[in-house]
Design a protein around this ligand. Structure first.
Ligand code: ARG
Length: 268
């Protein structure tokens, strides 16, 4: 019996000393943490930067409000960056340089109301689509062009203004021939040319078309549309990891209704 008691006591002591050891071990760790916390009081962790390329003359997707780029794409991109724990940096550039900037890694992704096309897919990858668009035709009120078909009629010589490198440019150049298409560096300049009489119509995405018609008197949008499109974010083919993350973010922001909320804020 005594032996048994001694064994129990011995065991108890061993257990206690283990407990003591582990206490002692835990202590310096706790101290370290305290010291560390004291050294960096309330300094928020620096988030990595994610760079987006756009062309900010495309209301309501991206445009300037003062010196800030706002719009559907800018807001969705900010939420995507937040979802990824990153800080968004937007770089404004000519639309037709975005794909090269993405391909060469000067930026991480391009988001510019950009339409998914077969040709672009040869150069870059696209995420799942987050919005749809329509190519519309803007004409002066009273124009002899009353439907899209008038542009393609036998013997028609109407000239179309487009934004360089956009699908409006690509489709019109193919359908009408490049001598009937005049390229401008943005939609605003194409519309100025229309108002000034150098072109007979402007082919551009329908939401920017609405904004341009609202900002310039005497213009209207034809009822018939030219083409239906899907907008997506473009990423380098090398960066499938980012492509997956962006798709995950788009899915989450679609499911929680945030993307629809942003779109509804800008498109009434
Ligand atoms: N959806 C058209 C395209 O992808 C026009 C996009 C123009 N976007 C811009 N931000 N300017 O070609």
């Amino acid at each position: 019996m005594k032996k048994f008691l001694a064994l129990v006591l011995a065991l108890a002591m061993v257990t206690m000393s283990f407990a003591l050891v582990s206490c002692n071990e835990a202590e310096p760790e706790t101290n370290d943490e305290v010291v560390e916390n004291n050294e960096t009081p309330e300094v928020p962790e620096e988030k990595p930067v994610i760079k987006m390329a756009t062309n900010a003359y495309f209301q309501p997707y991206e445009y300037y409000e003062g010196d800030k780029i706002v719009g559907i794409d800018a807001e969705i991109a900010a939420l995507i960056a937040e979802y990824l724990g990153m800080t968004l940096e937007i770089q404004d550039m000519e639309f037709d340089t975005i794909i090269t900037a993405v391909k060469e890694g000067a930026v991480d992704f391009g988001m510019a109301g950009m339409t998914v096309t077969e040709d672009r897919l040869l150069e870059i990858d696209f995420t799942n689509s987050y919005a749809t668009g329509v190519q519309s035709v803007i004409v002066p009120v009273g124009s002899p062009i009353t439907t899209v078909d008038d542009l393609f009629a036998e013997g028609a010589t109407y000239k179309a203004g487009v934004q360089l490198g956009t699908t409006g440019d690509i489709y019109a150049s193919g359908d009408l021939g490049s001598d009937r298409v005049i390229q401008y560096n943005n939609g605003n300049n194409a519309v100025l040319a229309l108002v000034g009489g150098s072109v007979d119509c402007v082919i551009i995405d329908n939401e920017p078309a609405k904004a341009l018609v609202a900002a310039n008197e005497g213009l209207m949008i034809l009822d018939t549309s030219y083409a239906d499109e899907d907008y997506a974010i473009c990423v380098s083919k090398e960066n499938t990891e980012l492509l997956d993350k962006l798709n995950e973010a788009i899915l989450a922001l679609t499911e929680n209704g945030k993307i629809a909320e942003i779109v509804a804020k800008y498109i009434k």
